[in-house]
Design a binder for this molecule. Structure first.
Ligand code: ADP
Ligand code: MG
Length: 335
């Protein structure tokens, strides 16, 4: 028995070899048989690092499809790299599983992860695998590359710069509400297709990596919107020491979100503060706006101008009557 175990390695080693080695295709990952991995950034480039963890019951629901959980774990990190103008290069994965995890679950998880690692050119370099008495927890540390000194900061927005946002806002927050209360679909008068759209937007983010290079060239500041547009724009303003004015009517909404809002206008607060959008908010000097919009069209990333950087403090969201909307809670916070 001892010899057999030696040959096959421990349960943990076998698990790593079976599920994670196929995703570790970069030579620097050393087939996941060493203690560490190696990555040499191309000449003149530097690394951009980010980590995000997701926990069952908190960031995903325990019965979400494992493929989708894996995609979300990786994509929330890819979204950060995109907002900073970095090209994905690789990631590390730490996963805590219950002792009695189902191999089917892990197999599907690894499949989703492998697909996205390929799709985004972001191979696995290593990680850690542990047992937990609590819910499944997944932490991804991703890294990307860009020419030295060109990372797009949160700091850098100047008075007069335009504010743009990718995609549509609020879908994921509405999707989560739907997941928790099916009857909302009827109250909001959604078609089945609209309901699916919102649910899908919560389940699997669409990181905007295609826009990374254009952001690096044209944006004065940028961040990904993960905790709600209102709060995240507020954060960007704070570090840039400016204010922002956004016209609510210009905030891009999906057909499904528009239908929900028509049925219940108070949902605008969920839309603007709800989180999980994984879109990118950026500020852009006026003379670079046209170029960024053009680059976004080429990259097939929807991009909408929603407001302007102004003097003062905080992000103000203006209704059509010119009044600023107030939020009890501008963004999601764990604590
Ligand atoms: P050690 O105990 O020496 O830190 P481990 O036994 O935890 O090493 O890991 C062995 C190898 O497997 C390392 O290369 C590590 O990066 C990799 N590894 C472990 N868990 C994961 C995981 N969840 N995803 C990717 N690689 C992993
Ligand atoms: Mg070691």
């Amino acid at each position: 028995v001892r010899r057999l175990a030696d040959r096959a390695g421990s349960g943990e080693d076998r698990l790593i070899a079976r599920y994670f080695k196929p995703i570790a295709r970069h030579p620097g990952a050393l087939g996941l048989i060493d203690d560490t991995a190696i990555f040499a950034p191309p000449a003149g480039q530097e690394l951009v690092l980010t980590a995000d963890a997701i926990v069952a019951g908190m960031h995903f629901l325990p019965d979400d499809p494992p493929e989708a959980v894996a995609r979300k774990a990786l994509r929330v990190n890819l979204s950060d790299l995109a907002a900073k103008g970095a090209k994905p290069a690789g990631f590390l994965l730490s996963i805590a599983l219950p002792k009695n995890f189902k191999s089917q679950w892990l197999e599907a998880f690894a499949r989703g992860l492998r697909d996205d690692a390929r799709r985004y050119g972001c191979p696995l370099f290593g990680g850690d695998t542990v047992a937990t008495a609590g819910p499944v927890a997944i932490s991804v540390t991703a890294f990307g590359t860009l020419p030295k000194g060109t990372m797009v900061r949160r700091f850098g927005a100047r008075i007069g710069h335009g504010i743009v946002i990718t995609g549509t806002i609020g879908d994921a927050a509405l999707g989560l509400r739907l997941r928790k209360d099916r009857s909302a679909a009827r109250t909001w008068k959604l078609t089945p297709e609209m309901g699916r759209h919102l649910a899908e937007r919560y389940l699997v983010p669409q990181p905007r990596n295609a826009l990374a290079q254009a952001l690096r060239q044209h944006a004065s500041a940028a961040m990904d919107v993960s905790d709600g547009l209102a709060g995240d724009l507020g954060k960007l303003c704070r570090v840039s020491s400016v204010g922002a004015e956004v016209e609510i009517a210009r905030v891009p909404l999906s057909k499904a979100a528009r239908a929900a809002l028509a049925a219940d206008p108070s949902l605008i607060k969920t839309v603007l503060t709800g989180g999980d959008d994984f879109e990118i908010i950026a500020t852009v000097p006026r003379n670079a706006l046209a170029a960024l919009k053009m680059a976004a069209r080429t990259a097939r990333v929807p991009l909408t101008e929603i407001g302007e950087v102004v003097a003062g403090k905080g992000a103000r969201f203006l209704a059509s009557n010119g009044r600023a909307l107030t939020f009890a809670r501008a963004s999601f916070s764990h604590f």
